[in-house]
Design a protein around this ligand. Structure first.
Ligand code: NAD
Length: 363
């Protein structure tokens, strides 16, 4: 069948020793970059994405075109569709699953809470159920989030810090994912590595994130709201460039131990790990805006506003020593040079006044 042929072609690794990876959320921001990086080093990659309309779906289709040109096939489907997942696992023996499909964004959770439960909890469980029964069982690496640290007042955040005070439903579903991972590891011997990403940015990024819509609004001459804390300090984020995150994801796939199968205890415990993937240098939003002003050569119309209770936290800052030690993770891109690459992509994709269809294909 046509569909199966495409799946098999896309997942053919260069030779023995390379991985065969199912990337969920492949038409998303991080998924596109990770899929391309895997393919470039010789791994077989199959994408899965439901192309939901949370943000501009044309952007997701444009990313899919980039993947298509790289020889990566993206199946359109939902991680809640058990039949589809089983069919994929019947056709392909995945060595790894890179699970990036999720309902992202903290603020949208106030408008559509059920979409978070659907993708981040029910969908994750569905995927783990299929992985549990697959033969061989794939090692799973998945995206948790720095948001699990919630209303933690102690920075930098390290993996052992408390995560019991989520500030948004998004954070609560990611935290639930971490607990769910524990049970599938404990009972079914699945090897699961969770990665807590810290504010990822870069070319082909997400239009719902501040650096992205600030760029759009600054170019349009629209006012932007820059949030500050009750004592007048700028909110700050540990912005992490996409290429660094991709290296962290590949490092996690490379170090993920093989699953041990049901009753994992007999063959030794399967791996269950959690790592922070951040940049260890938080930047105030005011500074991020001034970098954008410089790169865009446009003065922003800024309005300082108190941080509303919308799911955002005041500060994020990653302690990355565990990922450095165990994954060889070493972020290398500072905010100014990363934003420069983002702005270059943004302008080539949208133009300086936003056009409907972008033409850029560079990654
Ligand atoms: P994204 O929204 O661009 O990508 C997610 C993709 O998953 C989208 O293309 C979406 O269509 C797809 N998807 C959503 N629900 C699905 C479902 N039920 N079935 C199939 N596909 C589905 O987001 P991103 O920024 O690329 O994030 C990737 C992962 O990293 C997500 O799990 C996100 O929560 C996590 N994360 C991202 C950041 C960040 O700053 N970008 C920070 C922390 C965590």
């Amino acid at each position: 069948r046509q569909w199966e042929k495409k799946v098999l072609k896309s997942t053919r690794p260069e030779s023995a020793g390379f991985f065969t990876v199912l990337v969920t959320g492949a038409a998303g921001f991080v998924g596109t970059h990770v899929s391309i990086a895997l393919k470039r080093r010789g791994d077989g990659v199959l994408g899965l994405d439901n192309f939901n309309h949370y943000y501009d779906v044309n952007l997701k289709h444009a990313r899919r075109n980039v993947l298509d040109r790289a020889g990566i096939f993206v199946v359109e489907g939902d991680i809640n569709d058990a039949d589809l997942l089983r069919r994929l696992f019947d056709v392909v023996h995945f060595t790894h699953v890179m699970h990036l499909a999720a309902q992202a964004g903290v603020r949208y959770a106030m408008q559509n809470p059920k979409s978070y439960v659907h993708s981040n909890i029910a969908g994750f469980v569905n995927l783990l159920e299929v992985c549990k029964s697959a033969n061989p069982q794939p090692a799973i690496v998945w995206a948790s989030s720095s948001s699990v640290y919630g209303l933690n007042s102690k920075v930098p955040f390290s993996e052992k810090d408390r995560t019991d005070r989520p500030a948004s439903l998004y954070a609560a579903t990611k935290k639930a994912g971490e607990e769910i991972a524990h049970t599938y590891n404990h009972i079914h011997g699945l090897s699961i590595t969770g990665l807590r990403f810290f504010t990822v940015y870069g070319p082909w990024g997400r239009p719902d994130m501040a650096y992205f819509f600030f760029t759009k609004d600054i170019l349009k001459g629209k006012e932007i709201s820059v949030f500050e804390t009750a004592d007048g300090r700028s909110v700050a984020r540990d912005f992490t460039y996409i290429d660094d995150i991709v290296k962290g994801c590949l490092g996690a796939l490379d170090t993920a131990k093989k699953s041990t199968g049901s009753g994992g205890k007999k063959k030794g415990p399967a791996q269950l790990r959690i790592y922070n993937l951040g940049n260890t240098s938080p930047v105030p939003m005011t500074k991020m805006v001034s970098i954008l002003e410089k790169l865009l050569k446009v003065k922003a119309k800024k309005k300082a506003q108190p941080l509303p209770k919308n799911g955002d936290v005041e500060f994020t800052h990653a302690n990355i020593s565990l990922a450095q030690r165990e994954l060889g993770y070493k972020p290398a891109t500072g905010l100014e040079s990363g934003l420069k690459k983002f702005v270059r992509w943004y302008v080539s994709y949208y133009g300086t006044t936003k056009k409907k269809n972008g033409s850029s294909s560079a990654l």
